[in-house]
Write a protein that binds this ligand. Structure first.
Ligand SMILES: Cc1cc2nc3c(=O)[nH]c(=O)nc-3n(C[C@H](O)[C@H](O)[C@H](O)COP(=O)(O)O)c2cc1C
Length: 189
């Protein structure tokens, strides 16, 4: 009896998490934003150049301070170089290195690079691909600026890994929880 109650609780918990992750708001964009997550496990099915081209186009469309577009995109497909930057990279993945340009005062390259990265994260997710942002190994990308052919005046800020998702993990088991709304939102009326 105890085991049945425990099993029922697990089922309800999973269903509850599932509906939270895949809730339908009737709007495809908000549905996507509410269900997006950052997979760590990928298959070796290669991401195509056409997919990357579309993802980068969506990145280029991001807003930026004074429309300065202080970014450069390096599409890295070389497996050996990728491995030196993200050691557990899966063959077939692509890393997009987003570099920012420090220029006139008032420019906000890091912030703008974040916006373009999020655009590309959302685009990749909407295409059924997995995407994960990487800032931890950025020093390795900076060290490899010559191999990555980063243009003069630009510095790697952040990276986006894109791949085909290993289906054994999903949004319910793979995504990280968020803080409660009550903890982090205040309204002033
Ligand atoms: C600026 C930034 C840097 C990040 N750097 C790393 C990283 O170095 N390694 C990593 O595994 N994930 C990294 N992430 C991914 C976050 O850990 C992930 O977005 C967060 O845990 C939420 O996960 P979820 O989208 O699966 O819910 C980074 C995310 C951001 C926005």
């Amino acid at each position: 009896m105890k085991t049945r109650i425990f099993s029922l609780m697990i089922v309800l918990l999973v269903l509850g998490c599932g509906s939270a992750m895949s809730q339908s708001t009737g709007n495809p964009v908000t549905d996507l934003l509410l269900s997006a997550w950052s997979p760590r496990n990928y298959t070796e099915v290669p991401v195509t150049d056409q997919q990357i081209d579309m993802i980068v186009q969506c990145g280029i469309k991001a807003p930026s301070s004074r429309n300065g577009q202080p970014w450069h995109f390096t599409v890295l497909k070389n497996e050996a170089v990728m491995k030196e930057i993200i050691s557990n990279i899966t063959p077939g993945n692509v890393i997009i290195v987003i570099s920012g340009k420090v220029s006139q005062s008032g420019a906000t390259p890091d912030f703008d690079c974040g916006l373009t990265t999020q655009n590309m994260f959302v685009a990749a997710t909407s295409m059924g691909l997995g995407a994960r942002i990487y800032g931890g190994p950025i020093a390795a990308a900076r060290e490899k600026r010559d191999a990555l052919q980063i243009p003069e005046g630009f510095t790697p800020v952040i990276m986006l890994r894109v791949g085909n998702i290993e289906k054994s993990t999903d949004a319910v088991s793979g995504a990280s929880p968020r803080k409660a709304k009550e903890e982090i939102v205040n309204w002033v009326r």
